[in-house]
Design a protein around this ligand. Sequence first.
Ligand code: FAQ
Length: 326
Amino acid sequence: MTSPADLTLVSNDELSDEERIFNELIANEQRIEPRDWMPDAYRKTLIRQISQHAHSEIIGMQPEGNWITRAPSLKRKAILMAKVQDEAGHGLYLYSAAQTLGITRDEMMDQLISGKAKYSSIFNYPTPTWADMGAIGWLVDGAAIANQVPLCRASYGPYGRAMVRVCKEESFHQRQGFEILLTLMQGSEEQKRMAQDAVNRWYWPSLAMFGPPDDQSPNSAQSMAWKIKRFTNDELRQRFVGMLVPQAEILGVTLPDPDLKWNDETGEYDMGEIDWDEFFQVLRGNGPCNAERLERRRTAHEEGAWVREAAAEYARKQALKTKAVA
Ligand code: FAQ
């Protein structure tokens, strides 16, 4: 990985005034706002990361949406509906944040439904049991918070500000997942087995959510120099595992890594190897549910065409009315 010091923030006399101002804003922990000058590569990186993040929230509605009609009680159904609706809201803030960088919503949607855009690997795994709702909340939302709390300090204003609200909601989501698992772990033997099985299936994919190891992460060094990312993928993954261990003890579940153990020398947990072949297969579109997730999104987009047309027509008529009054 290139070290941040090698990258483009080093000021020198050949920089334009615009570049110098941009570098100073970053160096002084101030924010870049949509109308400020920014390097093309900074803009591109943000569009890439924010749009992928937005797509993840939108595709991420599907694995849990699968359980809304089958939730075990009215209370669980209401909570799950609210959670899935929150994910839609997060997608919308994030698409709006990306739009401030000059890409349109239609362009982003085309990239998603054509299969060109990436979204988080985690949403390509199936949700066969109710315990998966607990494991997603605890592990997936937990990983999302660990990754996104530092993004509240991202140098690009609209992204950092969107993350503040998103993180508050994710933290509620994480607790509801933990509470589902806690309830199951205090239930019958079958319920305990179901909870453990879900944790076994979601644990490793949730660690992979943080992205490839640092020596295979082409974007990290530059994104850290620009203060979009504040920690590397491995640093955040390590921090997440440290958070999970005491929570797993309270739940009474076993984390499915025989090599997980505390290391006094490093002051962190040693852990087993993530299956990176599986991760890259999922990124290439070959995960268990990639095709199903994209197909569902495509169909929803097509079925929503009349809503978009009606909304555009309504907006056109409102604009005409306002013009007539003025
Ligand atoms: N899945 O060089 P890096 C949520 C790609 S939201 C797929 O390390 P970077 C809420 C990466 O894009 C979850 N692709 O990249 C929720 C790059 O490809 P590219 C989403 C991945 O950007 C909960 C290539 O690999 N969160 O869960 C993944 O510096 C429950 C090389 O990687 C965010 O998006 C992956 N896991 O670091 C919703 C957070 N990892 O673009 C519903 C914001 C890496 O060059 C239910 N994003 N790749 O072709 C980030 O923090 C960063 O973009 C990383 C990746 C950390 C994901």
